[in-house]
Design a protein around this ligand. Structure first.
Ligand code: GRF
Length: 203
């Protein structure tokens, strides 16, 4: 399975997937890492792993449509089977979403459908939730709204700040994202209409 990973920042989820590919846990190769930010640390992680990188700055484009058209052409040049959004902080146009429907994953730091959008950790604290977590889902046109594949829960502790809670969630991200990519690469994971299916007969 050929992966293209899209990032905007630190790339700790990218690193977890790189590690899982290198160890053989996932039978896949990352063909390229694409960032909309030239200073994303995840680009360094990719280079250190010998993975091709590309920067496509949104600042060089007048419209979302023009940006996404170029982005699709870069993605396609690497002929991926799966597009992995790992902290890619851009809203995608319907054209792009439709092109990779059922073949694009995102990780979102909340127990969806709770807390779509930003500042999820602070929102969980403010709501006095005692459980918070992270979701991996297929990408559809609704922002953070596609079919959920796997979630991990963490406790919200009394003295948590957004930072301490985020750190606890991140540890789970690094476990569940490689696992979902592994399922996809084993052809066990599909998106049907508006839900995700894991085939447990293919082991
Ligand atoms: C993660 O919190 C992820 O859930 C969200 O963006 C963040 C990316 O972190 N979508 P990293 O760049 O993988 O470290």
């Amino acid at each position: 399975t050929r992966l293209v990973v899209l990032i905007s920042g630190g790339g700790s989820n990218l690193q977890a997937i790189i590690d899982a590919c290198e160890s053989g846990e996932i039978n896949a190769q990352i063909a390229a890492v694409i960032s909309n930010k030239a200073d994303a640390y995840g680009l360094e992680r990719a280079k250190q792993a010998g993975i091709a990188t590309q920067v496509l700055s949104h600042k060089d484009f007048d419209s979302r449509e023009a940006y996404d058209t170029q982005l699709m052409s870069i993605i396609d040049s690497f002929i991926p089977n799966l597009v992995v959004l790992a902290g890619f902080m851009r809203i995608l146009t319907p054209n792009l979403v439709q092109k990779y429907i059922g073949k694009m994953l995102n990780i979102h730091p909340s127990l969806l459908p709770k807390y779509q959008g930003l500042n999820t950790h602070q929102r969980a604290i403010d709501a006095n939730d005692d459980v918070h977590g992270v979701s991996v889902h297929f990408v559809t046109e609704e922002l953070d709204g596609g079919p959920v594949i796997l979630q991990a829960k963490v406790p919200v502790l009394k003295d948590d700040t957004a930072d301490t809670l985020a750190k606890r969630v991140h540890e789970q991200e690094h476990i569940i994202y490689p696992l979902v990519v592994k399922w996809f690469s084993e052809h066990r994971l599909t998106m049907e209409a508006d839900y995700a299916v894991l085939d447990e007969t293919k082991l």
